[in-house]
Design a protein around this ligand. Structure first.
Ligand code: BES
Ligand code: MN
Ligand code: MN
Length: 446
């Protein structure tokens, strides 16, 4: 493997600041899409198209025809999360840097580095891949995948395949590759409160006028009890507990709660429903998180003002068998119920995703397991994921098995400063997927 060249090419991809959640990066998202399209053309794709959006195109590719071989749909995303806070990065997020065998950059693990693996694993076969490839590499995953959703609703035949492969997650621990059986869903919203026509002098009015921040804080406080239960009426009604068998298998995974607290969370204590194991809290229970609060005075110095408006960005993670639409209604009802009459409260939904469940019994999973065993010395363990990939339920609708896996490590710091990908994971990943494609091609599916 020409690792120098590969590293240079991945560096070019990572240099593009394709932050999908901010319109100021629209041109960069388009540039990242061009990069992907260029790769697909170099792989000999018969068809390479930009679909559905001028600013964040879905890159669609159809690989060379391989008669008699199964069709594999590869999904991934070229967009990344915002890099802030910038001053916490040791080297800048869009100047990829290798330190200590790790490649540091926004997108190194989520998901550009992994998309890179999936594509580079096809190279070097004289343009004759072992399976019929279809590619859907989108640019809005980190923003809810609205464009791709619409596209798949209009053109569901795009997902027709014998299997779908997604590498957008991590090993469960170093040297422990995994396949994921569920993803959590997401309901992302802004909760705003207005308490007066405009801001007021806190000396003239303080003591007698309502304060938007105070009302918002109280409202948010009521949405979760101190012991960690999300206080949205009805929320838990459809939550199914994992079976005893599944819970027992989690006990055998290389996961220690104490170590998770000390090395991953790096806080003083874990929170949440103490009656459930940490893995159950991360994988099989809904959450409510506050991401940020705006409004009032946050500039330098001091200003004595009573804010009239305040907004919180919040999200709930959903688990099988919760439904996004239901949870949206439940959140609106809870906010209405908990806001006092003199407060005007509103909820705006920014994006969302239904939770996903995949069965991992299909033959294709055994082939991936074998590829990992051959390359890294251990097969895949089934696990669940706490994160979300909005289009997964839609990709599975045609009945093809959706293989959720990844070559990252749990300490890759997705969405956080100093995101990285271990180079060993990268090189192994290319070999693993290359071997998987071969096995799929020679053994077929079904
Ligand atoms: N790759 C992640 C999803 C993920 C992370 C799955 C960790 C499993 C473990 C993906 O890029 C992501 O961050 N998704 C967002 C979706 C949202 C913005 C709609 C998420 O989970 O917050
Ligand atoms: Mn991702
Ligand atoms: Mn992500």
């Amino acid at each position: 493997m020409d690792t120098d060249r590969l590293l240079r090419e991945l560096t070019d991809f990572l240099r593009i600041p394709s932050v999908s959640t901010s319109a100021s990066h629209n041109a960069d998202c388009r540039a990242a899409a061009e990069w992907v399209a260029g790769e697909l053309r170099r792989l000999g794709c018969r068809e390479v198209q930009f679909l559905a959006s001028g600013t964040h195109p879905v890159v669609w590719g159809v690989g060379p025809e391989v008669p008699g071989a199964p069709t594999l749909l590869v999904y991934g995303h070229y967009d990344v999360q915002p890099p802030e806070p910038l001053d916490e990065w040791t080297t800048p997020p869009f100047e990829p840097t290798v330190r200590d065998g790790k490649l540091f950059a926004r997108g190194a693990a989520d998901d550009k580095g992994q998309v890179f693996c999936l594509l580079k694993a096809i190279e070097g076969r004289g343009g004759r891949p072992p399976v019929n490839f279809r590619f859907l590499i989108e640019g809005e995953e980190e923003y809810g995948s609205r464009v791709l959703f619409e596209l798949l609703r209009r053109e569901p035949e795009r997902t027709r395949a014998d299997a779908v492969l997604i590498a957008d997650m991590a090993y469960i621990a170093p040297r422990w590759p995994a396949v994921y059986t569920t993803l959590r869903g997401l309901c992302y919203a802004e909760i705003s409160v207005r308490t007066a026509k405009s801001d007021l002098h806190s000396g003239e009015f303080g003591g007698a006028a309502p304060n938007a921040h105070e009302e918002l804080a109280r409202l948010l406080g009521r949405l979760k009890t101190p012991d960690g239960k999300v206080h949205v009426p009805g929320l838990y009604a459809s939550v199914k507990r994992p079976s005893k068998v599944e819970l027992a298998t989690w006990k055998r995974l290389p996961f220690r709660e104490g170590e998770f607290l000390k090395h991953r969370v790096q806080a003083k204590a874990l929170t949440g429903l103490k009656a459930y194991s940490v893995l159950e809290r991360l994988w099989a229970l809904p959450t409510f998180e506050i991401h940020g609060i705006t409004g009032g005075f946050t500039g330098d110095g001091a200003k004595t003002v009573i804010p009239a408006e305040a907004t919180a960005k919040v999200s709930l993670r959903l688990v099988p068998d919760q439904k996004l639409k239901t949870v949206e209604r439940q959140l609106v009802a809870a906010v209405r119920r908990f806001a006092p009459r003199h407060v005007q409260a509103s909820v705006t939904f920014l994006h969302g995703a239904d939770p996903a469940t995949v069965k991992v019994t299909h033959r294709a999973f055994q082939l991936l397991d074998q590829a990992f065993r051959e390359v890294v010395g251990r097969g895949t363990v089934p696990a669940r994921a706490g994160g979300s990939i909005p289009v997964v339920p839609a990709l599975g609708k045609g009945g093809a098995p959706v293989i959720l896996t990844g070559i990252g490590l749990p300490d890759d710091r997705l969405h956080a400063p100093n995101e990285k990908l271990d180079l060993k994971q990268l090189w192994d990943g290319i070999r693993v997927f290359g071997r998987f494609y071969e096995l799929l091609g020679s053994m077929g599916v079904g």
